[in-house]
Design a protein around this ligand. Structure first.
Ligand SMILES: [Zn+2]
Length: 232
C-alpha cells in the first residue's frame, strides 16, 4: 500500500505508520521475530539467498523498530544511561553541553523517536553470522565493516550486488548529518515512497503529538532536524 499524506482520510494512519506508532501492515520475515513490510519480503529473501551462494550468512540484527522502542533508546541517551558516541565511536562527556548540543550529538547516531527509517519495515541492519563466533558482541561501528573487520566481505559483496535486489545504503556518505552506516540497507522501491510521504508537515504534526526528552529543543529545531536527519 502506498499513500499520499494529502488524502484526508488517511492522514492519521499515514502519520502513525511513518512514525512507527502503528505496525499493523508489517509481517514477520520468514519465521523470525523481525517485522518487515510484506512487499519487501521476497526481495530480502532473494538477497539472503544470493549472499549464501557467495559464502556469506547475511543475518538481520534490526528491522522494524517502533516509536516506543526508539523513544526508549533516545531517552536513555538523553539521561546518560546509554553512551553518546562521537564520529570515532568514542563516548562523549555531555556534562558541559547545552540541551540543544546534546540533541544534535545524539542525532549523529540515533534517530529522533518517530524519525527513523526503521519505522517503515523497509530498512535493516545486517551482519555476517558466519564471520563471527557465537560470543561475539556486534557493535554496529564502521570498523567492523572495513578492512580487517569481520564484516568486510559482506560489505564488499553488498556494495557490488544489493542494487540487483532493490536495496541501497541510505547512510553511506557523511554529509554532516547521520554518520555513515555501512550496516544499514533499505528497500528502495518502498522506502523512497515513504520518504516522499514523510513531509516536514508530517514531522511537525508528529512532534506536536509526541512527548520524549528534549522535545522542546526538537520542536525549536524541527526544520534543521528534518533536513539533516530525515529528508536525506
Ligand atoms: Zn539502521
Amino acid at each position: 500500500m502506498y499513500f499520499g499524506y494529502a488524502q484526508n482520510e488517511s492522514i492519521l494512519s499515514a502519520l502513525e505508520f511513518l512514525t512507527g506508532k502503528v505496525s499493523t501492515e508489517l509481517i514477520p520475515f520468514l519465521n523470525s521475530n523481525y517485522l518487515v513490510h510484506p512487499e519487501m519480503s521476497a526481495g530480502l529473501e532473494a538477497l539472503i539467498n544470493a549472499a549464501k551462494t557467495a559464502g556469506l550468512d547475511l543475518a538481520i540484527t534490526s528491522s522494524f523498530r517502533s516509536y516506543e522502542a526508539q523513544k526508549l533508546i533516545w531517552n536513555e541517551k538523553c539521561q546518560g544511561l546509554r553512551a553518546v558516541l562521537d564520529s570515532n565511536s568514542q563516548p562523549i562527556d555531555l556534562a558541559n553541553k547545552s540541551k540543544t548540543e546534546i540533541l544534535f550529538l545524539i542525532l549523529r547516531w540515533s534517530a529522533i523517536p518517530g524519525g527513523s527509517r526503521h519505522h517503515w519495515g523497509t530498512d535493516l541492519d545486517i551482519y555476517d553470522q558466519k564471520a563471527i563466533s557465537a560470543d561475539y558482541k556486534i557493535q554496529l561501528i564502521p570498523s567492523e565493516y572495513e578492512e580487517h573487520g569481520p564484516f568486510v566481505d559482506l560489505n564488499n559483496w553488498l556494495n557490488q550486488n544489493m542494487q540487483k535486489f532493490g536495496f541501497f545504503k541510505p547512510y553511506l556518505l557523511d554529509n554532516g548529518g547521520i554518520a555513515p552506516e555501512p550496516w544499514h540497507i533499505s528497500f528502495r522501491l518502498l522506502s523512497d515512497k515513504f520518504l516522499e510521504s514523510y513531509t516536514y508537515e508530517v514531522f511537525v504534526d508528529h512532534l506536536n503529538q509526541s512527548n520524549f526528552l528534549l522535545i522542546d529543543e526538537a520542536r525549536e529545531n524541527s526544520r534543521e532536524i528534518y533536513q539533516r536527519f530525515i529528508n536525506l
